[in-house]
Design a protein around this ligand. Structure first.
Ligand SMILES: Nc1ncnc2c1ncn2[C@@H]1O[C@H](COP(=O)(O)OP(=O)(O)OP(=O)(O)O)[C@@H](O)[C@H]1O
Length: 213
């Protein structure tokens, strides 16, 4: 197993009107190129910040982030954006934030595939997500859990090599959350999840426990 993503001695400090806030202090973690890695910890421990740093959305104040062994911090914003578009899917907590809500399920998957210049296989992706027969549904007709699973499907459709998800079960009822967990555990790409959901942590191949900085 190789390391897909590595954070090395990462610090993140935010400047606010009330002074500076340290979100991450000296954090080092590696994400293997398979299975599910869970970033676990209480509210305020920096899970979402670390997820944004690992997904190259946010540059750390100091430290390095390696993607497939190559440093990303020295790269230009454009180069980081290109890497992110090619390899990395960040799935947000609010299901609808991950989708084009006025389009159908199939058109969301097609848009994701086309943006990456990839062939579409809508039926195969929906089968894999446990959403067969929903091709023509518009996003608001899906439950929150179904929307979350469709967001994972869009990540697969665009060929992302890793999916990072922020608290994917926090806005779902228990039944929907279970289906999302099953889907996450069977995605054919490595997954990084920020969560304090014990059910999710119990499915992890690797857990990184965080404490407030
Ligand atoms: N943009 C920001 N500006 C200022 N402070 C921030 C910002 N983002 C995060 N923080 C602070 O950084 C710390 C870590 O926040 P973060 O959201 O990463 O933690 P978390 O573990 O994901 O929390 P939660 O589970 O509540 O989402 C907190 O003290 C938070 O208030």
């Amino acid at each position: 197993m190789a390391d897909l993503l590595q954070a090395q001695d990462v610090h993140v400090t935010y400047r606010t009107p009330a002074g500076s806030v340290t979100a991450l202090a000296d954090v080092s973690v590696s994400v293997p190129d398979q299975g599910m890695t869970v970033l676990a910890g209480p509210s305020g421990s920096g899970k979402s910040t670390l997820l944004r740093v690992l997904s190259l959305v946010e540059k750390p104040t100091s430290g390095e982030v390696l993607l497939n062994g190559s440093p990303t911090v020295p790269l230009s914003a454009a180069r980081r954006r290109a890497l992110r578009r090619k390899d990395i899917a960040l799935v947000f907590q609010n299901p609808a934030d991950n989708l084009i809500t006025h389009l159908t399920v199939a058109d969301n998957l097609r848009a994701a595939a086309q943006a990456a210049g990839r062939p579409e296989d809508v039926e195969a992706v929906l089968e894999q997500l446990g959403l067969p027969g929903t091709e023509n549904w518009r996003v608001p007709a899906l439950s929150g859990g179904q929307q979350q699973r469709l967001a994972f499907g869009c990540a697969l459709a665009r060929g992302a090599s890793v999916v990072l998800a922020d608290e994917p079960t926090s806005q779902l009822d228990a039944v929907s959350a279970d289906l999302v967990l099953q889907t996450l555990a069977t995605l054919p790409v490595p997954v990084v999840v920020a969560s304090h959901d014990p059910r999710l942590i119990s499915l992890a191949d690797k857990t990184f426990s965080m404490v407030a900085a």
